[in-house]
Design a protein around this ligand. Structure first.
Ligand SMILES: [Zn+2]
Length: 469
């Protein structure tokens, strides 16, 4: 007995003999699963239209074949329409409908990948295993997510442990392009995709050996601020002095966006509570490549500054290039700002707060305008749900370590769409990545030992979920 005796929980914990059985079966099946992951990574299914979309079609067919082979009786390749009228990328929907009265679990991943970029040590589409890690574009993000779902279903079938729940596997093909037809897809196939629990396998664990549930994601507002001071450019010698040029005025306005400590100084923005885990400063410095001698900005815990507070960056400026500079006063200047939103922040309210701050701060009475471009809602999981407790129990059984709650400083825009279309569903944001996975970067990799644990955990969760709800 410890001093803090936990309250009796109604959450079913996986039976140790079931854990052992599932672990053994996953060990036996793992070489074949790894080979399937290698085959998927070999397909260069880059999401963006500038790349050959035949590969995205091929990867959808490969995923469909794998899910059919995992015993799901209904497998379809479906697509919807993007807002611009173009056809959406192929998504795979594979189902075993729920027995009467039983819940349904939706397992999400995506089969498209990021472009390659520079700096790879190996061919990104010819996977290579080095030690415990498999390197290749999509090896982690998110073809490992596809294989996690596949592995859990194969393991349950092989162990004769198939639970009395409906299972729908939904593997999207345009996530890395911003999921343009996702919302339309959800609405068109609402009945097909309806679920009580949604497991999103597209995020990261805390580190190798420590699992995590992602319980918060920041939202986004971006747009343009424009400062206008003259009708047209004029000679900086004849007129300079009484009027400051637009770039100077824009710089002064931008300088009001943070306080002296580097905290966002826009009034009225939401700050969510501090996270329960601490982000290691040395790891942050190494992963972000911040230069020696640079002091970190902002106050409060490092994890809070990345996950639960707003952050504001200038991501572009329209100005005369230096090579074309002449001795004139610039009449107008424009910057693009990117504001990351704390969990709980309404994007429209954040955009209004930013606009009010910029207009109120117009330096020397210059004309200032703000134009909002993109917005994305943040995500904040409920503190505790039966599905989260079941997931934590399954993670703890697989890793032998309790999972931690983590946030993500960025956004996963489709999570907001899932919440909007299926407000009753419990959403579990999980994943296979770890801090060394370098998703979207060069030398992306998955830790194969962690992938094995994810598969065991997901299989255990599926055996427990009906009893937990
Ligand atoms: Zn992803």
């Amino acid at each position: 007995m410890t001093a803090n005796t936990p309250e009796p929980s109604t959450t079913p914990t996986p039976d140790p003999s079931v854990v052992e059985t599932v672990r053994g079966v996953v060990d036996d099946l793992f070489p074949a699963l790894q080979a399937d992951l290698v085959s998927l990574v070999r397909i260069p299914s880059i999401a963006m239209a500038a790349y050959d979309q035949a590969h995205v079609e091929a990867s959808a067919h490969a995923v469909a074949d794998l899910l059919r082979g995992a015993g799901l009786p209904e497998v379809q390749i479906l697509r919807s329409t993007r807002p611009d009228g173009a056809p959406g990328a192929p998504a795979v929907v594979a189902r075993r409908p729920a027995p009467a009265g039983a819940p349904t679990v939706l397992l999400y991943a995506h089969h498209d990948v990021q472009p390659v970029g520079e700096g790879w040590d190996t061919d990104p589409f010819e996977p290579v295993q080095v030690g415990d890690r498999l390197f290749g574009r999509g090896a982690a993000d998110d073809k490992a997510g596809v294989v996690a779902h596949l592995g859990a279903l194969r393991a349950l079938a092989a162990a004769d442990l198939l639970p009395e729940v409906g299972v729908t596997v939904f593997v999207e093909g345009e996530e890395e392009d911003g999921s343009p037809s996702f919302r339309a897809f959800l609405e068109e196939h609402r009945a097909l995709l309806a679920a009580d629990v949604i497991v999103v396998a597209d995020s990261a664990n805390w580190k190798v050996g420590v699992p995590a549930l992602t319980t918060s994601l920041r939202g986004l507002v971006d747009g343009f601020v424009e400062v206008r001071v003259l009708e047209h450019a004029v000679h900086s010698g004849m007129f300079g002095g009484p009027v400051l040029d637009a770039l100077t005025l824009l710089s002064r306005l931008i300088a009001t966006l943070h306080d002296d400590a580097g905290n966002v100084a826009v009034p009225g923005l939401v700050h969510a509570p501090e996270p329960s885990v601490e982000y290691d400063e040395a790891a942050y410095r190494a992963e972000s490549s911040v230069l020696d001698g640079v002091t970190l900005a902002g106050t409060g815990s490092l994890a809070g500054r990345i996950w639960t507070k707003p952050a504001l960056s200038v991501i572009g400026i329209d100005a005369t290039p230096v090579a074309q500079a002449s001795n004139t006063l610039t009449p107008s200047a424009r910057a693009k700002l990117s504001l990351r939103l704390a969990p709980g922040q309404d994007p429209a309210a954040a955009a209004a707060a930013l606009e009010a701050h910029l207009l109120a701060g117009a330096p020397f009475g210059a004309q200032v305008t703000w134009t909002t471009k993109e917005t994305g809602k943040p995500f904040l999981a409920p503190a505790d749900t039966p599905a989260m407790r079941a997931a934590r129990a399954a993670f703890a059984a697989s890793w032998g370590t309790d999972p931690v709650d983590t946030g993500i400083g960025g956004s996963i825009p489709f999570i907001a769409d899932l919440l909007d279309v299926f407000p009753q569903a419990a959403i579990l944001v999980t994943g296979v990545e770890d801090p060394d996975s370098r998703a979207h970067g060069a030398n992306e990799s998955v830790h194969l030992g962690e992938l094995r644990k994810v598969i065991v955990a997901e299989a255990l969760l599926l055996t427990q979920v009906a009893a937990a709800l």
